[in-house]
Write a protein that binds this ligand. Structure first.
Ligand code: ARG
Length: 588
């Protein structure tokens, strides 16, 4: 596979060696897979844990072994010789500890420097993945929940893309629902000249939504008209259709503004896109005998839930679930995606669990959750304010994302000015860097937490230049760049002519951590946990700090090697930033 060519996944390379050893040591147990994990420096770099779980299976059968430690000894003895391994030992109940060769580590870092960070990319077995993320609702507020979805979804997409997977970045916007009847009628009433006024007529769409909702709730005649308007829109009447288009365009422009600022690319395939597919998809499900009638609605019952998935409402209309079933069918059969990842708040997890089960009943998805084609709901927790409640602005309104990004930028700009950067840089650079730092801080504060937990939004904390923040990490990276710059050496030349030696323990620790980049990305994207990459990045900067305070770089006998190590760290850091959607800065 790819692992042979690439530096990729060190853990897996080692696991392959142990697999060979297992086949020699216990040939009868051919289904046993190697269990290899990174471990604490005290015992070695990696550990193989097979001996303990193997023991009960072979006890009494293979009398040459007198206990798990002996199995460990045999696993160690039968390990094929490899340049990657320096030393092995068996500890405690039978762990096999492996210390990697520091020359091998050094050689691979040099290879990465010369051939590029892509050589560290993990090799995943899937080819095409849909990431369904951001997905705000037209005319309604794009709120912090959608910001989380945008940030988390983007980083998952970036990690998969880095792993050479084709990613379809899908914005499943809510552009098709009963709210449009109300909005369209309100448009007709308030702006009779809407067709000529262009989309400036509506102005602020949120205010427009609020006003029309108020009228809908208060005026029964308007309400009835709005309900009829939905039918006329869905029937394709041109005037209704074009009003709908105009409303969607306004929202879209607002969303795009946020995406552009965040550097996120997305392809919109909203709910309306899948609407024409719903009847035939439901037909297929009916033919399979899955759709039943219940209390006037059409439903699919699924195991483990008392209430069924409603696919056609009592009034004959379709809903969120019918759209999602049609979208799933489309993604599997037309787009031929093997893995479909949905990023929304955890509040929607029941919806996803239920319609995934319906898809399993239909045979669209295998019963085994690990097998492909596969779906995953990536749920995340709430964004909280300082008061521990849902994050809102003072006016108790939901937070507008554009305002939030403005504030992040303004605050980081103020901090840069305080450091006197306005005297050093042009206004343009100051703005650019304030954006990189401000938006980066917002993203990192979100991504560093395990996504399933709620987190508290706090500008002071996320913009702190100490601690586990983007600001701290961006400074650490800029410092590396400055060390290299100030050395006066041509780093491109050094890459070609110099070599790395890892004789000091802090050099070795940094080197090993650099080499674990690939397996970290693989873990973060296969387990759908961006915080794993954040933790890696933070530890990388800690390892670097330790190295830099204990090993003199410029002017030392090891200068070349150490400059190369600085450069390698900067390269890996930049890739981490890139995967997290953060723009690295070379000077800060
Ligand atoms: N529009 C939905 C919301 O704002 C999210 C859609 C997520 N994607 C999906 N295929 N259901 O909550």
């Amino acid at each position: 596979s790819q692992d042979q060519e690439n530096i990729g996944n060190v853990r897996k390379q080692l696991a392959k060696l142990f697999e060979t050893s297992l086949r020699t040591t216990v040939p009868e147990e051919s289904d046993v897979e190697p269990l290899v994990a990174a471990c604490t420096a005290k015992f070695g770099d990696y550990q193989c844990n097979n001996a303990m779980s193997l023991w009960p299976r072979i006890k009494g059968k293979k009398t040459e072994f007198r206990g798990p430690p002996a199995v460990g000894q045999a696993l160690m003895k039968n390990l094929p010789s490899s340049e990657m391994v320096e030393a092995c030992s068996v500890a405690g109940p039978g762990f096999v500890n492996v210390t990697l060769s520091k020359n091998w580590i050094a050689k691979n870092i040099q290879k990465m420097l010369i051939d590029g960070i892509e050589t560290c990319a993990p090799g995943l077995s899937v080819k095409r993945v849909v990431v369904d993320f951001s997905s705000p609702n037209i005319a309604k507020e794009m709120h912090v929940g959608h910001l989380r979805s945008t940030i988390i979804g983007d980083t998952l997409a970036r990690m998969l893309e880095f792993s050479n997977v084709e990613v379809l970045r899908r914005n499943h916007v809510g552009d098709w629902g009963t709210q449009f009847g109300m909005l369209i009628e309100f448009l007709f009433e308030k702006f009779p000249d809407w067709e000529n006024a262009g989309d400036t007529a509506i102005g602020d769409l949120q205010a427009f939504y609020k006003a029309s909702k108020q009228k809908f709730d208060e005026d029964p005649v308007f309400k009835e008209r709005a309900q009829k308007a939905v039918v006329r829109l869905q029937g394709g009447e041109p005037r209704y259709r074009s009003a709908w288009t105009q409303i969607c365009d306004i929202s879209r422009r607002e969303f795009d503004g946020v995406y552009q600022r965040l550097g996120v690319s997305l392809e919109e395939k909203g709910e309306s896109f899948y609407n024409p597919y719903i009847p035939s998809v439901l037909e297929k499900l009916s033919e399979l005998g899955l759709v039943e009638e219940s209390e006037g609605a059409h439903v699919i019952f699924v195991e483990g839930f008392e209430r069924p998935v409603i696919v056609v409402k009592k009034d004959g209309g379709y809903n969120y679930a019918s759209t999602d079933l049609a979208a799933l069918w489309y993604r599997l059969n037309i787009e031929k995606a093997e893995w479909i990842i949905y990023v929304t708040d955890v509040g929607q997890s029941e919806h996803f669990q239920m319609f995934f089960k319906a898809a399993k009943r239909a045979g669209w998805l295998p019963d085994d959750d690990k097998a492909y084609p596969r779906t995953n709901h990536v749920g995340f927790g709430l964004v909280l304010g300082e008061d521990g409640k849902r994050f809102r602005t003072r006016s108790t309104e939901v937070v507008r994302l554009a305002d939030l990004l403005d504030e992040a930028k303004a605050r980081s700009k103020a901090a840069l000015i305080e450091r006197g950067k306005d005297k050093e840089w042009s206004e343009e650079d100051l703005d650019k860097i304030a954006e990189a730092v401000g938006y980066g801080a917002v993203k990192y504060a979100d991504l560093k937490n395990n996504r399933t937990t709620n987190y508290t939004f706090n500008f002071d904390q996320m913009l702190n230049d100490k601690g586990n923040t983007a600001v701290y990490l961006l400074y650490a990276h800029a410092r590396m760049c400055s060390i290299i710059r100030k050395s006066g050496k041509d780093i491109e030349e050094l890459k070609k002519t110099g070599s790395i030696a890892l004789n000091h323990p802090d050099e070795r620790a940094l080197g090993l951590h650099l080499l674990q980049f690939g397996e970290t990305v693989e873990e973060a994207c296969t387990n759908l946990l961006p915080n794993v990459l954040c933790e890696y990045l933070y530890n990388l900067s800690e390892n670097f700090t330790k190295f830099y305070s204990n090993c003199q770089v410029v002017g030392s006998a090891e200068e070349t090697s150490r400059l190369l190590l600085c450069e390698a760290t900067a390269v890996v850091m930049r890739k981490c930033f890139h995967l997290l959607g953060i723009v690295p800065v070379h000077k800060l």
